[in-house]
Design a protein around this ligand. Structure first.
Ligand code: AMP
Ligand code: FES
Ligand code: ZN
Ligand code: ZN
Length: 301
């Protein structure tokens, strides 16, 4: 199988884009698609400082590599959630990536912030680990980005992630979630702009990109594994894609084209959390400080 653009052997066939790519042309396509997304959605400009949330996985480390190669000023943030058997190893991948390339990585331990890691938090507060995890991640990522004066916080959500989220939101016709599902969420008071530059790139492209660029990343998913639901939705989309290539990209791009018809929820009135000063829609403490408080209450004196 020959590369669509040159004489070399292709290593990846992308039916949805009608392309067969050699390593060199795959790398150049991936980087171009990211640049395209950044410009189309006006995510940020080269003068702005970006913070990339890196989990140690292929998407976020790949994203960090792409942004630095494209000449953006991007630092990294790794959150050590304290998930036994997982956090330590994923942290090592993020740290060695940064060390090898001389990049700046912030590491924040949830245990230092909350007094306990996610395993213990879930044991005490019950409920789904992913929901506590989501609250904690969103809060710390935003706070670190805001305190560091970053213009935007970038995450590694890819085409497969976004299409699966979109399918889930559509199946419920969740208008509020549909309105909020967009590659750029603008900044607000003490809220940093959130961007997803990998929306046009599939999981397979990111795996191939990391392999070619020599990026070592953690293969395993988090053991709490985002719930069976999102894996199930991804599987359904993969089956549709097999039958009819470009299902995912068309689904996502068509949605983004009509996105403005989804009514934006009225601006939630945000106030400062009386404890940490960060914005919250809730009365009293923000959700993060509530987790902290409940963990403190149960800690032996
Ligand atoms: P997930 O919510 O696990 O699907 O991850 C989505 C994105 O969130 C990843 O691509 C990363 O950009 C970011 N992320 C997830 N976990 C972490 C972490 N422990 N530290 C920093 N960023 C993370
Ligand atoms: Fe948050 Fe798995 S990464 S629960
Ligand atoms: Zn080629
Ligand atoms: Zn707070």
């Amino acid at each position: 199988m020959r590369c669509t653009f040159c004489e070399k052997d292709a290593v990846l066939r992308l039916r949805h884009a009608n392309l067969r790519l050699c390593p060199e042309h795959l790398v150049s396509r991936v980087e171009k698609e990211v640049e395209k997304a950044i410009r189309k959605f006006r995510m940020f400009v080269p003068e702005e400082k970006i913070l990339v949330a890196v989990s140690g996985g292929k998407d976020s480390l790949g994203l960090w590599q792409i942004l630095t190669k494209l000449g953006y000023r991007a630092d990294g943030l790794y959150l050590d959630l304290g998930i036994s058997g997982y956090s330590q190893r994923s942290r090592e991948y993020a740290e060695s990536f940064a060390r090898d390339r001389g990049l700046r990585l912030f590491v924040v331990r949830v245990e230092d912030e909350v007094g306990a890691g996610l395993d213990e938090i879930t044991e005490v507060l019950r409920g789904s680990p992913c929901s506590h995890c989501g609250t904690i991640k969103r809060y710390i990522m935003n706070r670190v980005a805001w305190e560091g004066g970053y213009a935007a916080l970038a995450t590694g959500h890819n085409l497969d992630d976004e299409a699966a989220t979109l399918l889930g939101n559509t199946l419920r016709w969740d208008l509020a979630y549909l309105a909020r599902q967009y590659p750029v969420l603008p900044e607000g008071r003490k809220l940093v702009r959130k961007v997803k530059p990998l929306i046009y790139l599939s999981e397979r492209e990111m795996v191939a990109y990391c392999l070619i660029e020599g990026i070592r990343y953690i293969y395993e998913e988090c053991p709490h594994s985002r719930g069976a639901r999102s894996l199930f939705l991804k599987d359904i989309l993969n089956r549709l894609e097999d039958e009819s290539p470009s299902t995912k990209i068309t689904f996502l791009k068509s949605f983004l084209r009509v996105h403005k018809i989804f009514p934006k929820a009225p601006e939630e009135e945000l106030r400062d959390c009386p404890s940490c000063g960060m914005p919250t829609g809730a009365e009293g403490l923000c959700r993060f400080c509530r987790i902290k408080e409940r963990m403190r209450e149960r800690a032996p004196a």
